[in-house]
Design a protein around this ligand. Structure first.
Ligand SMILES: NC(=O)c1ccc[n+]([C@@H]2O[C@H](COP(=O)([O-])OP(=O)(O)OC[C@H]3O[C@@H](n4cnc5c(N)ncnc54)[C@H](OP(=O)(O)O)[C@@H]3O)[C@@H](O)[C@H]2O)c1
Length: 230
């Protein structure tokens, strides 16, 4: 059986990843910030034994450090770092402040690496050794024709850089690490005017993840599998 760990799994893209992997018969370890608020995940668990729910707040170092203990040595085949925040919507020139920017970096950029470090033993016991990080085309420097959005853009650009180093560092151990852009998706973050629904986004990304092999490590891919410019 394949085991997938998905962060930020109680709504949006993370909930859809959980739904689609469970439908395939995979075991899913779904993290959310607050189990008492996890009705969407609990509704999925009805009748499904292969869904484990664990609390994780990616903004808190002690929560990240506690995660491997909660997993009790369970092997993880695919890690999907999905949890993310947009931060202040008015992060335009003249409006940017340091603390909210640092808060976004903690969740979008620093936590993904700390989580990968914390889960290394579980991941090394897995057979697939796939590491997937949800980034955004807004983090592409080459694609930035609109400016602004300093906080979110820079957090995802920095995440891309982190994952590139991870891909190089872990290649010898057989890990494949990639950043995926989910498209502009109808979620709380993407808003109602976004171009695609979570089902379209996630079914595309599942195909990309299925096809990840050594040649793709360090890549930046759209949900439809096309390569994106850095
Ligand atoms: N939607 C888009 O158009 C779009 C486009 C490009 C990239 N993305 C990326 O795709 C990923 C998922 O986005 P989404 O649209 O599904 O966003 P969303 O609907 O806003 O959901 C965000 C998820 O991240 C979790 N999260 C936020 N802060 C967290 C923290 N400190 N610790 C742990 N979990 C935390 C949330 O948990 P709670 O429920 O507890 O708040 C929620 O599950 C993000 O990385 C985002 O940057 C989205």
């Amino acid at each position: 059986m394949t085991t997938v760990l998905i962060t930020g799994a109680n709504r949006g893209i993370g909930l859809e990843f959980t739904t689609q992997y469970l439908a395939r018969g995979y075991r899913v370890i779904a993290t959310c910030r607050d189990l008492t608020q996890a009705q969407p995940l609990k509704a999925l668990r009805a009748g499904i034994a292969d869904l484990m729910m664990v609390e994780l707040d990616a903004s808190r170092g002690e929560s990240i450090a506690a995660l491997p203990h909660a997993l009790k040595g369970e092997a993880i085949d695919i890690f999907i770092n999905n949890a993310g925040v947009y931060g202040p919507r008015d992060s335009y020139f003249g409006k940017v402040q340091a603390q909210p920017w640092l808060d976004v970096f903690q969740v979008n950029t620093i936590a993904p690496l700390l989580l990968t470090q914390a889960l290394m033993e579980n991941l090394a016991d897995g057979k697939d050794r796939k590491l997937v990080y949800l980034t955004s085309k807004m983090g592409s420097i080459a694609d930035n024709g609109g400016g602004g959005h300093y906080v979110y853009r820079s957090s995802k650009t920095a995440l891309n850089s982190v994952v590139k180093s991870l891909a190089v560092d872990l290649a010898e151990q057989g890990f494949v690490a990639a950043v995926l852009h989910p498209g502009w998706v109808q979620t709380d973050m993407g808003g109602p005017n976004a171009l695609i629904d979570t089902r379209t986004s996630v079914s595309g990304m599942l195909k990309v993840i299925d096809g990840l092999a050594a040649e793709q490590t360090g890549g930046f891919f759209n949900y439809d599998g096309s390569a994106l410019p850095w």
